[in-house]
Design a protein around this ligand. Structure first.
Ligand code: N01
Length: 504
């Protein structure tokens, strides 16, 4: 069955970004929107990543909406179920959920220049439907498409295999031989949990490390009942606490973007973390990073190194040659038998699959537009050739040190002001000028050259195939907020409403 609807705003994704856009548009009286979500619930990455040990490595007081602070976090780094419950609670209280369509895939969106609107195909339980909208807001997330490793023979593995972002809770791990491939932010949370669960049931864990990450201690703290009561009763204190955490994290920006030597104390803390967690000098050497601090995401854990040092764990650093029906074989010819294979190998970040599904002016997809130059947008939000398309968490908006929610709120503020401006000035469409977009990105890429992400001697998901960093923001987040505080029509080609033709 194919049906057709028109809304003013179509929002893709019901994670932190899409929900924030829905709530704030509603606040502005822009109530005619739909949020389309492929899964059956809100939450995005916090709904999907249910692996053992999943928690936020940015303190929850900051990793939450500024307009919905929460006095009830159980600890500074809250576990995934608590974050998911928080997002669900905010969604329920917002009164926007009646405009969320779940279990529905965004198939394709195309700009209809004659009608000055987006024409989008959605596929849900009741079949296909077309939605036209004035704006298309992409809040689909930058870490939402799991990447499976291209390892010879992996498709022949006969045991259970799953990605960290798609944990199979039906698999009984008791007494099993389990391998984890990867030592990124997800893996270092998974490994300690698996090690303990396997230890108590006679199982064994192999951890396959390609690159040793920097891991600093996680200063986790459980909030006492009194502390929570005070935080609940005194919102000003909550705000002050949040602000303190924000500035403490912002202190990393100069170390990452100007002078890595500023990070010397954090490097010392990382070295002490290894020394504390591991006694064996050979294992210590294996986990010692060989690139500059901050070049890849800095990880936080107190339990990762002790888990690697445990008797039932082996850290394997020889490159993986192939996977067979029941084992992983490394380049030195050693075969390690396994029952379960967990791939914690990250996400598609620089070649967003959604770029293939969005077609702008002249029939060009976003993927075509970005093929040679890499992902780029104006202010991380809008793209030439794609009128009225707004990214929340777009190119060069990512953070290695602080809360993405801060960025999300900044981009939603820009979106709101764009819509207000379109209404007040009678614009049917806005599209960023190519010269403004070029100037914006040339400046970012110039700054990028001296950041630790470029100079630090590592390969990371921040960089695309050409070595360009198209994912991170190379300045302070305050600067980002300031630069997106108001919509800037001078940087845009605008189309007046009276040129809008009736759709064919
Ligand atoms: O993924 P990653 P992730 N053979 O890409 C290895 C966010 N996050 O899911 O380093 C062998 O970081 C790869 O090795 P190498 C956070 O932004 C946040 O862990 O490339 N190994 C690496 O070790 C984070 O940065 C939280 O040499 C292979 C690992 O797999 C982002 O998500 C928690 C391989 C991938 O690490 C992604 O983290 C978790 C191969 N073929 C995640 N391919 C918070 O707490 C890849 N690897 C907020």
């Amino acid at each position: 069955m194919s049906t057709s609807t028109h809304v003013e705003h179509l929002i893709i994704g019901a994670g932190f970004a899409g929900l924030c856009a829905a709530i704030k548009l509603q606040e502005d009286g822009e109530t005619d929107f739909l949020v389309v979500e492929k899964a059956s619930d809100v939450g995005g990455t916090w709904r999907d990543n249910t692996y053992p040990g999943a928690a936020c490595d940015v303190p929850s007081q900051l990793y939450s909406y500024s307009f919905a602070t929460n006095p009830d976090w159980s600890s500074s780094y809250s576990p995934q179920p608590e974050i998911q419950a928080y997002i669900q609670r905010v969604a329920e209280r917002s009164g926007t959920l009646d405009r969320f369509v779940f279990d529905t895939r965004f198939e394709h969106g195309a700009w209809d220049d004659a009608a000055q609107q987006w024409r989008t195909r959605l596929v849900g339980p009741e079949g296909e439907r077309t939605v036209t909208s004035t704006t298309l807001v992409v809040g689909a997330g930058a870490l939402s498409e799991p990447k499976l490793p291209a390892i010879d023979g992996i498709e022949t593995f006969q045991g259970q295999l799953f990605h960290s972002a798609d944990w199979d809770h039906g698999v009984d791990l008791s007494g099993k031989r389990v391998a984890v491939i990867g030592t990124g932010a997800s893996a270092i949370q998974i490994v300690p949990e698996l090690q303990q669960a396997l230890e108590s049931t006679g199982g064994h864990l192999d951890v396959y490390q390609r690159t040793a990450p920097w891991v600093i201690p996680r200063n986790d703290r459980t909030y006492g009942a009194l502390e929570r009561r005070v935080l609940r009763r005194v919102p000003a204190l909550r705000k002050l606490y949040r602000t303190g955490i924000y500035w403490a994290h912002e202190g990393y920006v100069p170390a990452f973007t100007i002078e890595p030597r500023i990070a010397a104390p954090a490097k010392k803390a990382a070295a002490a973390n290894i020394a504390k967690g591991i006694k064996d000098p050979e294992l210590r050497a294996k986990v010692t990073p060989h690139f500059e601090f901050g070049c890849k995401r800095v990880l936080r854990s107190n339990t990762y190194y002790p888990a690697l040092a445990a008797d039932n764990t082996e850290l394997v650093t020889d490159p993986i040659a192939k996977v067979t029906g029941d084992a992983i074989v490394t380049a030195d010819g050693v075969e390690r038998r396994i029952d379960v294979l967990v791939v914690a190998t990250g996400f598609y970040t620089t070649e967003l699959p959604i770029a293939e599904q969005i077609t702008g002016l002249g029939g060009h997809t976003l993927a075509d537009t970005w093929r040679d130059s890499g992902m780029a947008a104006y202010k991380g939000t809008t793209v030439p050739g794609f009128p009225n398309l707004f990214f929340i968490v777009g190119p060069n908006t990512g953070q290695g040190h602080t809360s993405m929610v801060f960025i999300i709120e900044s981009q939603v503020a820009y979106l709101r002001d764009a819509i207000r401006t379109m209404r007040s000035r009678g614009y049917a469409a806005v599209e960023p000028r190519r010269d403004a977009t070029r100037t914006w990105n040339d400046d970012l890429q110039r700054r990028m050259k001296r950041t630790v992400w470029t100079t630090g001697g590592c390969q990371s998901w921040y960089l695309d195939e050409h070595g360009r960093n198209t994912t991170l923001w190379p300045k302070s987040t305050i600067t980002f907020r300031r630069q997106l505080a108001a919509f800037d029509p001078d940087a845009y080609e605008t189309t007046p409403s009276n040129r809008k033709a009736v759709s064919a």
